[in-house]
Design a protein. Structure first.
Length: 67
């Protein structure tokens, strides 16, 4: 896939870490760590702590990603 445009981002129903990383020119893990540590204000990172697993859920807001 080529370079993503602002319109491509606006048209997407869901933006993954991989898509955000491609758009920003950084690794998907850098997007995840930036969101977890409130260094990348493009959406929300929610820490899910359950008895048998520990995971994160990410919601990326298109308008914040573009800005």
């Amino acid at each position: 896939m080529g370079k993503l445009t602002d319109d491509d981002i606006r048209d997407m129903k869901k933006i993954t870490l991989q898509i955000a990383g491609q758009y920003l020119g950084i690794a998907p893990m850098a997007v995840a760590l930036g969101m977890r540590n409130d260094l990348l204000p493009i959406g929300f990172a929610v820490h899910n702590e359950e008895r048998y697993r520990d995971s994160w859920t990410y919601t990326i807001v298109p308008q914040r990603l573009i800005a």
